[in-house]
Design a protein. Sequence first.
Length: 107
Amino acid sequence: MPLFEIETDGHIIITWASDDDAATAVVNDAYPHDSVVRITRRPRDSWVISKGALGIRGNTDPCIVARDCLDKAAGDKVNAIRLYMHETGSDLEKSRKVIESNMVMGW
């Protein structure tokens, strides 16, 4: 099954799907309010994101609080960052890094 990169107006989703229509259905199911901007069939069956490019260094164990915030925010990164700041008292930069790193690890 091919790997697709689907960009919406609010997210970038990496998923396996049989074709473009099935990939669009994944987005519609997960983020029904998002509009698909671009669908790209990836040439390989893996996806790599540089942690260094995201500013992530050191321990990368999943954070239960961050994942809970992502769940409450239905995957909306900005809302999840706000929730994480509220839950932990962390500043904006640390909260952004924690939320983004947990998104990268397959929240």
